[in-house]
Write a protein that binds this ligand. Structure first.
Ligand SMILES: NC(=O)c1ccc[n+]([C@@H]2O[C@H](COP(=O)([O-])OP(=O)(O)OC[C@H]3O[C@@H](n4cnc5c(N)ncnc54)[C@H](OP(=O)(O)O)[C@@H]3O)[C@@H](O)[C@H]2O)c1
Length: 438
């Protein structure tokens, strides 16, 4: 089999090795994809003797143990090392089974970054209504943590290096994006710090008195200098905690992450996907901050089994009802056309995913309703025939004028390759004209 092995300081090479043997209590996996982590890129610079890199893998089970996943099943694993290879023997206690909805590439991006985010949130405790500041937020951990913490009710400020690095975090639920930790307003109940150097002292100064800072990384690679006296009058009596992600049941926590992805509540952010032979270049790009989210390397191209049209439309309408913007966006093909009926200011063809999501559904339709009032969408019927799906839903809201908007809407959706390519919407346009544009 082939695997990447260190050949000296900051050098790895694809090397032919003896086939890996299944260890006791372990599952033998044919690797389909793996991901890279910042910490591993540092280790590659000065590799310990005999060390083989690679902690996050997804693939198919070739040999199993009692109580382990069935041979042939698709799995994700968090292995101690040696994952950048065609075959890996993984401890049973660090493997979880994948449902069909979760691709190998998504799964490979889950282990280290996802476990870290999940356990950071667990360490933080109840975050509903708490103000959180997260530094180094545009990486793998940052995207997962933002989505999980926002869903748990936190108000999160993310520190990133540019607007382009912050857009997706906003979609995932970040309330505020800042481009310099000094600009974060504060005070925060909790700060999660992963940059070190000059960032940590500034971030600490934003903690409320008696608040908490969890220190989980040093991406800048610069040690931190702290002045005891600078805490007076600011984050007095704050708690500063070190965090290492290894505390927990890997198989159970991986299964949780997989369940959240499968149900559309967690979205792996695959900033880079490459063939695994490009691993050395991708390491350089990750180290030099050229990758947002996770970097995934692929060994086996998975046959793409797109979601069936009925599921795509049902998931889409339910995402609208739940305000789940990432799933709404992911439901559309890039060149989708949405046709709104009648001769209202909204009527006509809306072309392209960004136009449909950001302009039509976001700005234009959003402006018709009174601010801070709920828009309630209920899916009442779905009929599918091949690539065409007819869906009916009710929409209830308060118009800007204060009048009650109650409409029954329908749409003929055309779905190809798991994405909506067109929608012909029908509704009572007279009611819409009177209530929304009267
Ligand atoms: N304690 C633990 O158990 C544990 C577990 C996993 C990860 N970690 C650490 O947690 C951090 C995040 O992990 P990750 O996997 O998300 O890493 P990542 O994907 O490489 O993301 C790190 C982020 O930090 C920012 N960054 C990098 N260098 C920086 C610098 N010199 N100054 C300011 N910001 C910088 C980058 O943001 P921009 O590109 O926007 O600048 C990048 O998005 C890393 O430091 C990692 O080593 C710790």
């Amino acid at each position: 089999m082939r695997a990447f092995l260190p050949t000296g300081p900051n050098a790895i090479e694809l090397t032919e090795l003896d086939d890996v043997r299944q260890g006791p209590g372990e599952v033998l996996i044919e690797v389909a994809a793996y991901s890279l982590n910042r910490g591993e890129t540092f280790q590659v610079e000065n590799p310990p003797a005999g060390w083989r890199p690679g902690k996050d893998i997804a693939g198919r089970v070739m040999a199993t143990v009692d109580g382990g996943p069935a041979i042939g099943s698709r799995v994700v694993a968090h292995v101690p090392h040696s994952g950048w290879a065609e075959y890996v023997s993984a401890p049973r206690s660090q493997v979880a089974v994948l449902p069909d909805e979760v691709s190998y590439q998504q799964a490979a991006a889950l282990p280290l970054a996802g476990l870290t985010a999940l356990r950071l949130l667990r360490r933080a405790g109840a975050v509903i209504g708490r103000r959180i500041l997260l530094t180094g937020a545009s990486g793998g951990v940052g995207h997962y943590f933002t989505e999980l913490a926002a869903a748990a009710g936190a108000s999160l400020t993310a520190v990133v290096s540019s607007p382009a690095r912050g857009e997706r975090l906003r979609e995932l639920g970040a309330d505020e994006i800042v481009y310099d930790v000094a600009d974060a307003a504060g005070p925060y109940d909790l700060v999660l710090e992963s940059v070190g150097g000059d960032s940590l002292p500034v971030a600490l100064s934003k903690v409320r008195p008696g608040g908490q800072l969890i220190w989980f990384g040093q991406a800048s690679r610069k040690p931190v200098e702290l002045d005891f006296f600078s805490l007076f009058g600011g984050p007095e009596n704050a708690r500063l905690e070190h965090f290492h992600y290894t505390d927990g049941d890997d198989a159970a926590d991986l299964a949780t992450l997989v369940r959240l992805v499968a149900s559309g509540r967690l979205h792996p952010e695959l900033g880079r996907i490459e063939d695994w032979t490009r691993t050395p270049d991708v390491i350089g790009d990750l180290r030099n901050r050229r990758i947002r989210g996770n970097a995934v390397l692929t060994l086996i191209e998975e046959e793409h089994t797109p979601m069936d049209p009925r599921t795509v439309v049902t998931r889409y309408v339910e995402a609208v009802a739940a305000g789940d913007l990432p799933t709404i966006r992911a439901s559309f093909a890039p060149d989708v056309v949405w046709t709104y009926p009648g001769d209202l200011p909204l009527s006509g063809d809306w072309k392209g995913r960004d136009t449909v999501v950001d302009e039509f559904l976001g700005k234009v339709a959003g402006q018709l309703f009174a601010p801070d009032t709920p828009v309630t969408i209920k899916l009442t019927n779905v009929i599918a025939d091949g690539e065409q799906v007819f869906a009916e839903w009710t929409a209830e809201a308060t118009a800007r004028s204060g009048a009650a908007y109650r409409n029954r809407c329908g749409g003929v959706f055309t779905v190809r390759d798991g994405a909506i390519v067109s929608v012909r919407e029908f509704l009572d346009t007279d009611h819409a004209r009177t209530v929304l544009f009267g």
